[in-house]
Design a protein around this ligand. Structure first.
Ligand code: SF4
Length: 245
């Protein structure tokens, strides 16, 4: 038997080493060498061992808001990551019956890490107080989690990239009502191009959860004449939740 020279590159990982070992045994098996375990069983075992290790998915029972937040740590999935100081994930009760969803953090939210931290947030607090609730009893979040510079709206690509995380938050919280604040949040969650004026004031279905679109508090600060219409929307939410007026 003519002896052949086997060439072997230096393996870099345990997986590479096992792959190389298996290839070498296969070669020895082809050449008819004896004294090595070249059985199909051993070769199959080496193949399995050399598969890259994949992090097991979390059991469904382990998924909570903290896990989702951890999944977003250092997120660079869209260009908004470049302008943020910190992620604004959401705030409030993980078992809230109502979730308020805005479009995205501005300067104050980016600095504090909390949603609706500026003047619009103060108005939202007043709306929540008028419902005889407080921030610890509701949940507040946004379509995108990173700062929108110059108070611009998120672009479609940014909303679409971040939306799965909001959907996961909503799936955990399972609120009875989602109040979308402003046209952007409403259009994204309802996946529609209809204007807010045609959508607000009535409930829409979102996976069995009732969505009530209404005006964004920042818009109400500019156009306070729409506060009355907003209060009518909020009263419908209160009626649905059985909250006293
Ligand atoms: S906005 Fe959302 S998807 Fe984009 S970088 Fe921030 S966390 Fe990631």
């Amino acid at each position: 038997m003519v002896k052949k020279k086997m060439t072997m590159n230096k393996p870099e990982t345990a997986s590479d080493l096992l792959k190389t070992l298996r290839e070498s045994l296969l070669e020895l098996q082809r050449w008819g060498y004896k004294g090595f375990d070249c059985s199909s069983r051993s070769l199959e075992m080496l193949k399995r061992w050399s598969q890259p290790y994949e992090k097991p998915l979390r059991p469904k029972t382990d998924i909570n808001l903290e896990n989702i937040k951890a999944d977003l740590e250092g997120c660079k999935r869209c260009r908004l990551s470049r302008g943020r100081t910190q992620l604004v994930f959401g705030q409030g009760n993980s078992k809230a019956r109502i979730v308020f969803v805005g479009e995205g953090p501005g300067y104050e939210e980016d600095q504090s890490g909390l949603p609706f931290a500026g003047p619009a947030g103060k108005l939202l607090d007043r709306i929540i107080a008028a419902m005889k609730l407080n921030r610890n009893q509701v949940y507040i979040c946004n379509i995108v989690k990173c700062r929108l510079a110059n108070n611009r709206q998120p672009q479609d690509e940014e909303s679409e990239t971040c939306l799965p995380f909001l959907k996961r938050q909503l799936a955990i919280i399972k609120p009875e009502v989602i109040c979308t604040l402003g046209a952007c949040a409403t259009k994204v969650l309802l996946n529609t191009k209809n204007p807010l004026g045609r959508l607000r004031g009535r409930f829409h279905d979102y996976n069995g959860i009732q969505i009530m679109p209404t005006y964004h508090p920042a818009y109400l600060l500019q156009y306070p004449e729409n506060k009355r219409a907003t209060w009518e929307d909020i009263k419908k939410i209160m009626a649905l939740l059985g909250l006293p007026l």
